[in-house]
Write a protein that binds this ligand. Structure first.
Ligand SMILES: [Zn+2]
Length: 608
């Protein structure tokens, strides 16, 4: 994500691998809890609290309820944000087999101007590493290994502490994280998607990714060719039909195409500052210093270039610092009479960059980034023919290749935690599955449900519901509470949508909150495509604390009506068993832990 990469180069997201060890005692306890909670339709995605007493999800520091999160301690609010995300994925995927996520807050890296926010992945792959555990279970229609969590997820407990004040967690459920904070629910949504199968270690993922140079799928490449392909910026794209069918409705058509008279076409990325869409045509000239200097970086005053598109080099000093900001180069080009600026990185293997910065309102000419390779070709063309070009300012969607397929993140400097398993950072608007997190990501989860469909899930195509218990496990002081999402995954607006519940006889409805405050059944009304309605439902216990308390939530009315499979979900609150926070390691043998990266300051750093 542009603007949130960090203060300096090399501070992007990073990977942490954590060795895992099986924990048979934990596994048995979990198995006994979940064995009875399988349902034919609408099973839970469940957070399993793996933190010890007083830590992470059990941190007892008092906290004021915030943004619809009713938790009253730090730990409870974190847990509820996780449960919010788990239930939203359940509603979105319509899973029929339960999924358990071993979740904990631990100290992850925070240094050099960035912080790892989270790391997650499937605990196991099945079918010769083809499917993530949760997806393998779903396809089998049963839990292939009862007692083993399907996903393990870790979040950085240091974030927000004085030692890691880059950002702070926002635990509200309203997607309104204030500046300087990171929306915890969004980070959970991101990490859970990795665990559900958006992860490069699964063959079903690499089956959807094509090396655009050879036209061969990543899963079919030799290891040497694979290693080369995943280091070619803008060189690997997603060919899955669900993403192809969805991306036009998601990605902005904001990036440009530069066309040469000979038919050559170069993708260019519009800067995040300066004027909006402006198409221009004119001769391309190499930036020439007015004082006779030999650099072509446009960092100082330029010789007059009226009506031209100035091509500027962007290199780095030996200490990796900047010579000047791109915004300054743009103002210099404008002062020389240019109609636009094209910036070409000298560093090889850099794709078209959408530069960030602030040139103020006086900048009226457009600024585009071009890849280093295309920039070199353009320079050659300029030298040979002094050529005319035209730039179609909205000729392509931001984040696509020239074929119109969505690019994966493949920087030339490979990062095990970030490369391949995320969308390219040129996409706009920012996507959930980019290597670093962005504010205000939409709760329709943009391209991610389609990508999960491409890897083998069967998400619903209309109204759908998902729920899970909310807050810590059942206890004397903790009557059962649930969080429910109703989502519209269809293409038409749904109307007259009603939410109802059928609880165990031992439960009495006390109250409802968020999108429904008048009890149940409750009219949620209209849901436009992609809309999410969220309800918190509080029950009281009529007798003692049962071992488990189940509630079937259902969409009781709505047009168009959802298929029966998608209209019902069952959530179960369980009594604290002594198992849930035990254990020292995830129950898997494979380490697929991937970071989300970081959200630095909300004000984007200056362009480099
Ligand atoms: Zn990630």
């Amino acid at each position: 994500m542009r603007g949130h990469r960090g203060r300096s180069r090399g501070t992007g997201p990073r990977l942490r691998r954590h060795p895992m060890s099986p924990d048979p005692l934990r596994a048995l306890c979990l198995g006994s809890l979940l064995a009875s909670s399988l349902a034919l339709a609408g099973a839970e995605i469940r957070i399993v609290d793996a933190n010890g007493r007083g830590e992470g999800l059990n941190d007892g520091t008092p906290a004021e309820p915030v943004g619809g999160n009713p938790g009253t301690t730090l730990g409870e609010q974190r847990l509820m944000a996780a449960q919010y995300a788990a239930a939203l994925w359940s509603a979105t995927l319509g899973n029929g087999v339960s999924v358990s996520i071993r979740t904990e807050f631990v100290d992850l890296d925070c240094s050099g101007g960035s912080a790892v926010l989270g790391a997650s992945g499937p605990t196991q792959l099945y079918d010769s590493n083809r499917y993530a555990a949760a997806l393998a279970n779903e396809r089998a229609g049963r839990d292939l290994e009862p007692g083993r969590e399907e996903i393990t997820a870790r979040f950085n407990a240091r974030v927000g502490k004085p030692e890691c004040a880059i950002t702070a967690w926002y635990t509200g459920l309203d997607n309104l994280a204030p500046a300087g904070t990171t929306d915890l629910a969004s980070v959970f949504l991101h990490e859970l998607a990795h665990g559900l199968g958006f992860i490069k270690s699964a063959t079903s993922f690499r089956d959807q990714a094509r090396d655009d140079t050879s036209g061969v799928l990543l899963s079919q490449l030799s290891s040497a060719d694979y290693d080369a392909a995943i280091r070619r910026p803008s060189g690997v794209s997603w060919i899955g039909p669900a993403v192809r069918a969805t991306k036009d409705a998601v990605l902005d058509k904001t990036d440009g195409l530069m066309r040469l008279p000979d038919g050559h076409t170069f993708p260019v990325a519009r800067a995040r500052f300066g004027p909006g869409h402006l198409s221009v045509a004119g001769p391309v000239v190499l930036a020439q210093d007015a004082d006779g200097g030999t650099a072509h970086d446009a960092c100082g005053p330029l010789v007059p270039s009226p009506g031209a598109l100035v091509l500027a080099d962007r290199g780095l000093r030996p200490d990796a610092g900047l010579f000047c900001f791109v915004a300054q180069r743009a103002l210099n080009a404008q002062a020389a009479g240019a109609v636009g600026l094209v910036v070409r990185p000298i560093q090889p293997g850099t794709g078209p960059t959408s530069y960030t910065g602030d040139a103020g309102p006086e900048l009226v000419i457009p600024v585009w980034g071009i890849s280093s390779a295309d920039g070199a070709a353009l320079e050659e063309y300029v030298g040979d023919e002094g050529g005319q070009v035209e730039v179609d300012a909205d000729g392509r969607r931001a984040g696509e290749n020239l074929l119109g397929d969505v690019l994966l993140y493949t920087p030339s400097a490979y990062s095990d935690g970030s490369s391949v398993g995320h969308w390219d950072s040129s996409a706009s608007p920012p996507l959930l599955m980019m290597p670093t997190i962005n504010p205000s990501l939409p709760r329709n989860l943009d391209l991610t449900p389609a990508a999960l469909k491409d890897v083998g899930w069967s998400p619903p195509a209309g109204l759908s519901i998902g729920a899970t218990s909310l807050g810590p496990e059942l206890g004397e002081e903790r009557p059962p509470r649930f969080i429910v999402h109703v989502v519209n995954r269809g293409a038409e607006t749904a109307t007259g949508v009603v939410l109802d519940a059928r609880p165990d006889p031992a439960l009495q409805l006390v109250s409802t909150a968020l999108d429904c405050t008048g009890g149940l059944p409750c009219t949620l009304g209209e849901l436009v495509p992609g809309a999410v309605k969220t309800v918190i439902v509080q029950f009281a216990l009529s007798g003692g604390v049962p071992r488990r308390a189940a509630v079937e939530f259902r969409i009781a009315g709505g047009s168009p009506p959802p298929p029966a499979r998608d209209a019902v979900t069952t959530a179960v609150a369980t009594r604290a068993s002594g198992c849930s926070s035990a254990g020292s390691g995830p129950g898997g043998l494979l380490a697929f832990l991937v970071v989300a990266g970081f959200l630095g300051r909300r004000r984007p750093p200056r362009s480099r």
